[in-house]
Each structure stands twice: as structure tokens, then as C-alpha cells.
Design a protein around this ligand. Structure first.
Ligand SMILES: CC(C)(COP(=O)(O)OP(=O)(O)OC[C@H]1O[C@@H](n2cnc3c(N)ncnc32)[C@H](O)[C@@H]1OP(=O)(O)O)[C@@H](O)C(=O)NCCC(=O)NCCS
Length: 159
């Protein structure tokens, strides 16, 4: 299955929110997707397979950092490589626009953590009680694009 990333438009919201509610303990609301869509630096795509929405990915480009804010694949279509292919497609789209991809993930979400590690993300910090409902720590993960994390860090901080 080869997913296609398509710009998210308001007519996609019902399906997106249905998936969101099915996969997250404290789901985003419609206004969160609207906010991301209306932001100049927002990146909102639905993941389509054979004209069906099977997931979505949302992020923000801040200077040369792409913050991956939300990613989900519909429960009945998980574990078929769609999550991995979606992230790879995001990396391709970013090309030279971003130097690093950042994200937060619930400490207990080992499925996602496993996937991010396989895609080259490294854990750089823990944010205590970052999540509510239920309260939980977040791992902060970074993936440098076209460079190593240590090289990226030394360039940013001029160490
Ligand atoms: C995280 C998520 C997007 C992954 O999507 P997916 O399409 O199921 O992932 P893939 O099929 O591409 O799997 C890639 C890797 O993820 C891991 N993975 C995915 N599902 C897994 C499962 N049920 N058990 C163990 N590992 C799993 C594996 O490391 C897998 O690698 P492999 O194919 O070499 O075994 C999906 O599980 C999801 O939507 N989860 C709920 C929302 C969420 O947690 N989003 C991330 C928030 S930060």
C-alpha cells in the first residue's frame, strides 16, 4: 500500500477526528486541526490510500526545525508500514526546508517510540507531566535531516 499525502481541507475533518478519537486518550478537537491548518507555518496532510483517508500528519515549521505535532494511522490499517511510509514522505517533502525534526511522545507509547527510533530519532529529553488525561511524561525526540545529531547540535550552539 503506497500512501499519498494530500493537503487537509475542512471536508476531511470528520474522518480525521474519528481516527483521532479512536487512537488517542486525550484527542485533539476540530479547532486544533483548524488552528494548524490556518497557521502560515502549519503542515496538515491526510494520508490517502485508494482515495480513502487512512491517517494524517500535522506539523509546524519553525525556522529550520519541523515539529511533528500529530501523526496517526486508523486502527484497522496499522502495522502495514503506513506509519513508516508517511514519515518518510514527510522527510522527502521537507527536503532542504528543515534541518531537524522534533516531536514529543508519551513514555508509554512504545509502538510509536519503536517506530521513531527505527526512523533515526534519538531521545534528547524527558518533559515531566507534559501530558494530561492521563498525566504522563513525554520523551522529546530529534531526527537530524542529512546530518548527525551531534553535528547539528554543534552548529546550532556553535560549540
Ligand atoms: C504510531 C503509528 C502512527 C504507527 O503506524 P503504523 O502504520 O502502525 O506503523 P508501521 O506499520 O509503519 O510500523 C512501523 C514500525 O512501528 C512499530 N510498530 C507498529 N505497530 C506495532 C505494534 N502493534 N507492535 C509493535 N511495534 C509496532 C514497529 O517498530 C514497526 O516496525 P516493523 O514494521 O519493522 O515491525 C500508529 O500505531 C498509530 O497511529 N498509533 C496511534 C497514534 C499515535 O500513537 N501516534 C503517535 C503519537 S506521537
Amino acid at each position: 500500500m503506497m500512501p499519498e499525502l494530500v493537503e487537509m481541507v475542512p471536508s476531511h475533518f470528520d474522518r480525521v477526528i474519528k481516527i483521532e478519537r479512536a487512537v488517542f486518550p486525550s484527542p485533539w478537537k476540530r479547532r486544533d486541526f483548524e488552528f494548524a491548518r490556518n497557521r502560515k507555518n502549519g503542515f496538515c496532510r491526510v494520508v490517502m490510500v485508494e482515495c480513502e483517508i487512512v491517517g494524517y500528519v500535522v506539523g509546524f515549521l519553525i525556522d529550520r526545525e519541523f515539529h511533528l505535532a500529530n501523526l496517526a494511522i486508523a486502527p484497522d490499517l496499522q502495522q502495514r508500514g503506513l506509519g513508516r511510509k508517511t514519515i518518510e514522505a514527510v522527510f522527502d517533502l521537507l527536503e532542504t526546508k528543515a534541518r531537524v525534526v522534533s516531536l514529543e511522545v508519551r513514555m508509554s507509547n512504545w509502538v510509536a517510540i519503536d517506530l521513531y527510533k527505527k526512523m533515526g530519532f534519538e531521545t534528547i529529553a524527558i518533559r515531566k507531566a507534559y501530558y494530561t488525561d492521563p498525566r504522563e511524561d513525554a520523551l522529546v525526540m530529534l531526527k537530524p535531516l542529512n546530518t548527525r545529531l551531534s553535528d547539528w547540535v554543534s552548529q546550532v550552539f556553535e560549540v
